[in-house]
Design a protein around this ligand. Sequence first.
Ligand SMILES: Nc1nc2c(ncn2[C@@H]2O[C@H](COP(=O)(O)OP(=O)(O)OP(=O)(O)O)[C@@H](O)[C@H]2O)c(=O)[nH]1
Ligand SMILES: [Mg+2]
Length: 303
Amino acid sequence: MKQGRSGFVALVGKPNVGKSTLVNAMAGQKLAIVSPKPQTTRNRLRAIVNRPGAQLVLVDTPGLTEGGDALRQTLRRITGSAAADADVGLAMLEIRGIKPELDDMDRQVLAMAQRQGLVVVINKVDRLPDKAMLLPWMEVLHGATGGAVVIPVSARTGDGLEVLERELISRLPEGPFLFPEDMVTDEAERAIVGELVREQILLQTHEEVPHAAAVVIESFEDGRGDDDGLCRIEGRIYIERDSQKGILVGKKGSRIKSISEAARHEIEALLGARVYLRLTVHVSKDWRKNERAVLKLGYGDNE
Ligand SMILES: Nc1nc2c(ncn2[C@@H]2O[C@H](COP(=O)(O)OP(=O)(O)OP(=O)(O)O)[C@@H](O)[C@H]2O)c(=O)[nH]1
Ligand SMILES: [Mg+2]
């Protein structure tokens, strides 16, 4: 295996700050799902960024929240262990207002990401009416972390990402590369396919429904080598109650049809093939409260 600077960088932050968006931007392709709703990510996902002389493995994690149900506890564990296993911690936050004030969860984020080479990232700078707002926050964060470097970026526009990448690479240990150079992720395609379905549920439903949904890909017939080149995929969507089932399916099946249609386009882009996608909706009562159901639906066992 090639040599160079290589290692794991774990992204830690509150929900919705833009961790998955940054991972996709640096990987140069969509691997992690993104939505405007908090608690989008539910699994650890590794994106392998290959550069001349360096291999940066970005580890996306679920946004940190307080305790709560079995699912949230599992998500917290996933984030904690990804951070503990990383060579470099990347704590991401977005700034709120002019006066810099760190709340309890910000401190937890900083503490969890604290490694020898902590890097603090302030994301979404494209939204700031005035860049001067950054300075007091940068000072507070620098102070609160005992002198960590603070880098403002926009994962959306790409602003600051080159600086961030250089900074991260400089902190990685020297050694053999961890993955083959043509690899972009070690995540199974099948798992990403399930996530792309869940992304559409997050984007196309509201209130409790998106968070009560889990997706399991039941069968994946990879037809990329066949004459018709068609991939046949069947997935099951689990939600917590009958009433949510009605909402998800929609009038005469209109919502599930629209979810399936949009997910199919995304999956075709991922696989580079035509896709036949069949989705069915099922109830797994209050699964988020039940540790075994959480595990069964695919969360927390990817170690
Ligand atoms: N304006 C702006 N929006 C951004 C930026 N980065 C992310 N977003 C948006 O912020 C929202 C959340 O992004 P995600 O990448 O899903 O956030 P996350 O931190 O992964 O969230 P969880 O998975 O819930 O922890 C989405 O609507 C993104 O489009 C940015 O740099 N600028
Ligand atoms: Mg995310």
